[in-house]
Design a protein around this ligand. Structure first.
Ligand code: TYD
Length: 139
């Protein structure tokens, strides 16, 4: 089975419909803007300064992570290479493929981290221990 790499993850520029009078709107469409069908959306907010989120990998789940408000840093790790992304624009999304360890840090005050996910919630899809992750990607 092909092992996914952090280079399979990328920033997707989302379209922004701008009106000088009414402000902006950004749209995400299944299988068009994102290369999967969105089955679940959730968002993180009121993350206290200095706290981290994530700290896990997924076996099957793909995600698009958007800083709907404020900013935070996402670190991706495929067990070999790490890449760090600053998300701070609501019209940019970070596409994350399965099999990547991710950590979210440095949340600004008022940050909202919106996550569009390709599957419903399943604890069985999580790898929450880094040693388990290293073993999983070696298989
Ligand atoms: P978790 O994914 O570990 O959060 P994060 O990666 O942001 O640190 O989820 C935190 C808790 O929320 C965990 O107890 C499971 C629960 N949860 C759900 O019940 N449904 C969901 O869709 C998600 C994402 C989490």
């Amino acid at each position: 089975m092909k092992r996914n790499s952090v280079y399979d993850c990328t920033i997707i520029e989302l379209d922004k419909h701008h009106s000088a009078r009414k402000g902006n709107i950004t749209v995400v469409e299944n299988n068009y803007t994102v290369p999967f069908e969105v089955k679940r959306t959730y968002y993180l907010y009121d993350v206290p300064g200095g706290e981290s989120r994530g700290g896990h990998a997924h076996k099957e789940l793909s995600q698009l992570i958007v800083a709907a408000s404020g900013s935070f840093i996402v670190t991706l790790d495929d067990g070999n290479i790490k890449r760090t992304f600053l998300l701070n624009r609501p019209n940019q999304g970070l596409y994350i493929v399965p099999g990547i360890w991710r950590t979210l840090d440095d949340f600004s005050s008022g940050a909202v981290c919106m996550v569009l996910a390709s599957e419903g919630y399943s604890e069985n899809d999580y790898i929450r221990d880094y040693e388990d992750f290293k073993n999983y990607i070696k298989r």
